[in-house]
Structure formats: structure tokens, C-alpha cells
Write a new protein. Structure first.
Length: 280
């Protein structure tokens, strides 16, 4: 038998619908996820927009035409998101990234639009801020403040968590937005010594470092998640949210090891597994 575990839809349900899109979120809601995970950045004109990559990626976005005739920035694919306005970003087709069910013509949503869809639903929000050590402290503060403001406007603060590999986001949230959850994302790349992701904390003991920073949960990549890490986090009262887990065998393993939540591209698979398994 296994314990109850939270189902977190990764970028909505990216194995089933285009990632970080309103149709993807709607499908994740239909599947009954507990939490929707999404990624945000900021346009050149200060709007919080959804998207996993800091550069417009041809893997998930396609140019359709310039925002206005003769725009010298066109084509936009390959350009940094922060250098493009909302009007320019809106021209991109975000509906082609899912082999299972592409939805051509889908546009990049703003965080406000996502919150307008999700606020009426009984679902948590895990908002990953896509900054890195090349960002200045002021830029990190600006994006964190903008995200917090949108969540507050839509009444989503109490059920939202900010996620970051760049732990300066978590430090900023602890200082100024303590009502928001703070999730310390972990992967082997960002925990390498000297990489600058951990807001000055040592990567030698990442769980202890996350706790010292004021994280309210830890979210390690599945390849580094062990029973020892889970037990260490639980000893500090930190829930463990494992990402990204897509096979039933791995789902079962992390559930039996005591993880609190699983982030998956396929919430339907995890729900099917939970439905077929007796619960403690």
C-alpha cells in the first residue's frame, strides 16, 4: 500500500497538451491535478509572461510574422524574452510543442491570464521564476515583486508557491512576500560548487541550506532524490516535491519512499496509478 501524494501537472500537462498555455492548464484541471506548475519571465515592457526558456525556443515556439511591418527584431525565435515586448511575444505560436495534441494558434499567456483561469478552481499554483546567476539582484527583485503582485491581485497568494533554482528569489520572497510558499529547486547542475545559484549558501548539504534560507519545501530532480534526502527534509519539516517523474515505476518508487508530491508531464498516468493502488 502507498500513501496519498499530491499530483502536480508539469507546465500544465506538457505530455498531453502544449506547455505553459491556457488550454494546457484547462486540461490539467480536467484531469484533477492538485497543483499546476508553470514558468514565468518578463517581457521588455514589464509584463509577466509564461515560458520555460529565457530565450525564445524553436522547440516550443514558432514565428508567425512580425508584430508590426518592418520590425527589425523579427524573427523573434532565438531572441531573449526580456528583449521582446508583449506585442512581439504574442505573435508566437505556442501550440505546436506537444506531439500528443498540438493546438496551432495558441498564444503565450500572461500570468494574469493564467490566474484568471485558475483562480476559480480548487488548485494550487507552483510558479517557477526563470532567473539565473547572470541576473542582477535588482532584476530578481523586480520579477519577484511583479509575480507577487499578480498573485495578490487574483487572490491566489495563500495557495501559491514560488519556485526557483536561483535561490535569491526565495530570499527575496522571504523578506517581502512571506505569505507565499518558497520552494528550493535542486538539480545536480545548480548544486555544483562555484555556480552561484544558491544565494551564497554551500551546496555541500543542499537540504540544510534550503532550510537555512527559509524554504518551505524542497524540489529535487528525480535523479538525485533518495530515501536519505527525503528523510532529511522531513526531519526539518520540509515537504519533498520530486520532478519530473513520468513512468509508473518511478512514480511508485518515490511514493513508497515517502515523497509528498510528484511533478509529472502525465498527470493521467499518476492518477491511474493512485486509483489502482490501495492507500494507507
Amino acid at each position: 500500500m502507498i500513501s496519498i501524494i499530491e499530483v502536480h501537472g508539469h507546465r500544465g500537462a506538457r505530455g498531453l497538451r502544449p506547455e505553459n498555455t491556457l488550454p494546457g492548464f484547462a486540461h490539467a484541471l480536467d484531469l484533477g491535478v492538485d497543483t499546476i506548475e508553470l514558468d514565468v519571465g518578463m517581457s521588455s515592457d514589464g509584463v509577466v509572461v509564461l515560458g520555460h526558456d529565457q530565450v525564445v525556443s524553436p522547440a516550443v515556439l514558432a514565428d508567425t510574422g512580425p508584430a508590426w511591418p518592418g520590425d527589425p527584431a523579427y524573427p523573434y525565435v532565438g531572441k531573449p524574452v526580456r528583449e521582446l515586448s508583449l506585442a512581439q511575444l504574442r505573435t508566437l505560436d505556442a501550440g505546436l510543442s506537444c506531439d500528443a495534441a498540438p493546438m496551432p494558434g495558441t498564444r503565450i499567456p500572461t500570468l494574469a491570464e493564467a490566474c484568471a483561469l485558475l483562480a476559480p478552481a480548487d488548485v494550487g499554483l507552483s510558479v517557477e521564476l526563470k532567473t539565473d546567476p547572470t541576473w542582477t539582484d535588482e532584476e530578481v527583485e523586480l520579477l519577484t515583486a511583479a509575480v507577487a503582485a499578480v498573485l495578490k491581485t487574483f487572490g491566489c497568494t495563500e495557495r501559491s508557491r514560488l519556485l526557483a533554482f536561483d535561490w535569491r528569489v526565495l530570499a527575496e520572497a522571504r523578506r517581502h512576500y512571506p505569505d507565499l510558499g518558497r520552494v528550493a529547486l535542486m538539480e545536480r547542475k545548480t548544486l555544483a560548487p562555484g555556480t552561484g545559484w544558491l544565494a551564497g549558501h554551500s551546496p555541500a548539504d543542499p537540504v540544510a541550506a534550503a532550510f537555512a534560507l527559509g524554504a518551505t519545501a524542497v524540489s529535487p530532480e528525480h535523479a538525485m532524490t533518495t530515501p536519505t534526502l527525503i528523510d532529511q527534509a522531513h526531519a526539518l519539516a520540509l515537504p519533498v516535491i520530486v520532478w519530473t517523474v513520468n513512468t509508473p515505476a518511478d512514480m511508485t518508487r518515490f511514493i513508497t519512499q515517502g515523497a509528498d508530491a510528484i511533478v509529472t508531464d502525465y498527470p493521467d498516468r499518476l492518477h491511474a496509478l493512485l486509483a489502482a493502488t490501495p492507500v494507507l
